[in-house]
Design a protein around this ligand. Structure first.
Ligand SMILES: [Zn+2]
Length: 680
């Protein structure tokens, strides 16, 4: 389920971001060390030692981004002297102005984007070309450039300097709310990437997205050595999602194993690029993926392999991101920007967490349970085992009858939100207020949630309701999106200051959406979901965390390798990705599966079109279990408001405030261990 929201601080960082070495970064600045020292000493002399830290940080950060076109060294020195704000009450006043103006800017930018996309997102007139053009237009694109040019960015850096993740981790627990908010102001301008380079990055990502979006396999054209076909003639499977889901769905078929094996072989050929070009996105030929032979109506034809396009695409994303490195002196690599700046969890910490879970004894135990449930040895594609499906004791048809009657249209859903919120423990006042800040709109697609970014605006819940009314499946998805909207509303409307709005990162928003989704029956007014559902869900989540953590570890290794081999060719990259995929497999999966040297972890499309995003999924799983454990026996609404009004702290400190402990794999492992006692 797609979660759409503009988190402007992060969005800016993403848009205007890049990666390179610290030495290159220094070249952007036209200010010498002696000039920095001179003005720093002058300001300390003038304002005293109590302002020393702010002066040193502020002046050096202004210097990092100051270029010749901003003025000479003496202009720089004069700028710092004229604009440094020393007195507390003056700084508070400056903060107040920045807060109200940035809320105006981001709030309206968000609203413009939301409104310009109405034609694309909402049910209505047919989409024409101009709708796509308006939808693609970004009112954000020149903000950073403009704000360095008019020197507002320098004022922000000078007076509210940026604190690194390490500093936030060390100092943040003792910071007041005001100090946290000041630090968040300092997160706005961390790079100064020219618009042209931002455009190149955006182009490379768009091309990668298109490469994946047009990578379909026509399953009905897959044949075995006897020329037999196994899939419906018109079945078109997008890599890797539909291929994987087809493997999942075949668990329900008595003779599904042969089909799973065939799809798995297709995946291997995509990874090692031995796949014939002519079978990608085309149903012209038949293809035996085992012998790797292509046929035209039974007659073999010569076909050449895909020429490493998968790895060329990844390389071009890497090279585009790298161009901007020298304009990001604070986070000089894409890896830094993703983990230190966006997720705000160091890559080493994530690696340690994931490694702890994938190498745990629990993985072996769950693997053994799957083996006995399947009645056969594990196959590598059983990383996608789909048999822990939580089946509620409630009849789905009866539920659909109920939801269709209850929600004939979006307005009916809208008017029931406050009642649903009361059903999970919100008091009258909060239920009514939160419900009043959510608009339900008829979606063109499957739906999404889009939050507001200024208090005067509402969050939007987009949902698709058929003519017969909302079916149970649609209702379940709408509840997921509503979880996002409730989180978005609490973290904007109940926040003590605007710069602290939101949650630490996207994994946290997904967590709350899933917490709501799993209480869908409760929201409808039924009693709590049953125990069996809870145990199956624990095993299902553990197994999918185990699977995707390996994929995320591989994604991380690939980017580390790329930064160590900046001139790598596509062929070298391919070989290394396969080598590293096998390495991760042999370490953490071979002991459970009893099969070595598999490269399947390299199949994920995210690795190509959304690099380094994959780690967010398993983080979400972990956080969800820790929060669920804390919610046990408590009022969900009170706990939700308590945790969320912490706002955008860094994840580690937010979690300590929320559940009393930093991010950990223990809750997830414990829940799976508990479930293992009951599920056979
Ligand atoms: Zn979501």
């Amino acid at each position: 389920m797609k979660y759409l929201i503009l988190l402007p601080v992060i969005a800016l960082a993403l848009l205007f971001n890049s990666c390179s070495s610290k030495d290159e970064a220094k070249e952007m600045s036209s200010i010498s060390k002696s000039s920095v020292e001179k003005v720093t000493a002058k300001l300390i002399k003038k304002y005293g030692d109590q302002s020393k830290v702010r002066i040193e940080k502020g002046v050096s950060q202004v210097a990092m981004f100051w270029t010749e076109k901003d003025g000479s060294s003496s202009d720089f020195e004069k700028y710092c002297e004229d604009n440094f704000v020393a007195k507390n009450e003056d700084l508070d006043l400056l903060f107040k102005k920045l807060q109200s103006n940035f809320e105006v800017l981001y709030g309206h930018y968000n609203k413009i984007t939301l409104d310009l996309n109405r034609a694309l997102h909402l049910d209505g007139d047919p989409i024409i070309a101009i709708d796509e053009q308006f939808g693609a237009y970004s009112p954000f694109a020149h903000l950073v450039e403009d704000f360095f040019n008019n020197k507002i960015a320098f004022n922000v850096l000078l007076n509210f300097p940026h604190y690194s993740l390490k500093e936030k981790t060390e100092l943040g627990e003792k910071w007041s709310r005001k100090e946290w908010a000041f630090a968040r102001v300092g997160d706005i301008f961390t790079s100064r990437v020219p618009a042209e380079i931002s455009q190149n990055i955006s182009d490379a990502l768009t091309k990668a997205g298109t490469y994946i979006a047009e990578y379909n396999i026509f399953a009905g054209n897959l044949v075995d050595e006897k020329n037999a076909t196994y899939f419906p003639k018109d079945m078109k499977l997008l890599t890797h999602w539909n291929l994987r889901d087809e493997i999942k769905s075949q668990y329900a078929n008595a003779d599904g194993l042969v089909r799973q094996k065939m799809i798995y072989q297709v995946m291997n050929r995509i990874i090692d690029q031995t796949i014939p070009s002519v079978v990608i996105n085309s149903d012209k030929f038949q293809w035996d993926p085992f012998a790797n032979k292509v046929f035209d109506n039974g007659k073999e034809v010569r076909a050449s392999a895909e020429p490493n396009n998968r790895y060329k695409t990844l390389l071009s994303c890497f090279n585009a991101q790298r161009q901007a490195d020298s304009y990001s002196p604070i986070y000089p690599t894409y890896i830094d920007r993703k983990f230190e700046e966006e997720f705000e969890i160091p890559i080493d910490k994530i690696e340690a967490l994931f490694t702890e879970l994938v190498s745990s004894g629990t993985a072996k135990k769950v693997g053994d349970l799957i083996k006995s449930r399947l009645g056969r040895d594990l196959q590598p594609w059983d990383i996608w085992y789909d048999g822990f499906k939580a089946r509620s004791s409630m009849n789905q048809d009866l539920l659909t009858e109920q939801t269709q009657k209850k929600f004939p249209n979006p307005a009916a859903f809208q008017s029931d939100i406050s009642t649903m919120l009361k059903n999970v423990g919100f008091d009258n006042e909060k239920s009514n207020f939160i419900a009043s800040k959510i608009d339900v709109d008829p979606a063109r697609g499957s739906g999404h949630a889009w939050g507001a970014d200024m208090k005067s605006e509402n969050a939007h819940l987009r949902t698709r309701i058929g003519k017969a009314g909302m079916n149970y499946k649609g209702y379940n998805i709408a509840v997921h999106e509503m979880g996002h909207n409730v989180e978005q509303t609490i973290t904007l409307q109940y926040m003590d200051n605007w710069f602290m709005r939101g949650v630490p990162n996207t994994a946290f928003t997904e967590t709350w959406a899933f917490i709501f989704q799993s209480r869908d029956l409760m929201l409808l007014g039924h009693k709590n979901n049953d125990e069996n559902v809870k145990y199956m869900k624990a095993l299902d989540n553990f197994w999918s965390a185990y699977e995707i953590m390996g994929v995320a570890l591989l994604d991380q290794s690939v980017w580390k390798w790329l930064y160590e081999h900046k001139n790598a060719t596509d062929d070298q990259l391919k070989k290394q990705v396969i080598r590293m995929a096998k390495e991760v497999w042999n370490k953490y999966y071979a002991p459970v599966f009893g099969v070595k040297d598999q490269s399947i972890l390299a199949i994920y499309s995210h690795m190509i079109e959304n690099p380094l995003y994959l780690s967010a999924y398993p983080l979400g799983h972990l956080i969800e279990y820790q929060i669920e454990q804390k919610l046990d026996g408590k009022n969900l609404a009170d706990e939700m408001v308590r945790m969320l009004t912490q706002g955008k702290m860094i994840p580690e400190i937010w979690m300590k405030g929320a559940v009393g402990d930093g991010i950990s794999v223990k809750a997830s492992i414990n829940a799976a261990e508990e479930a293992l006692k009951y599920v056979k």
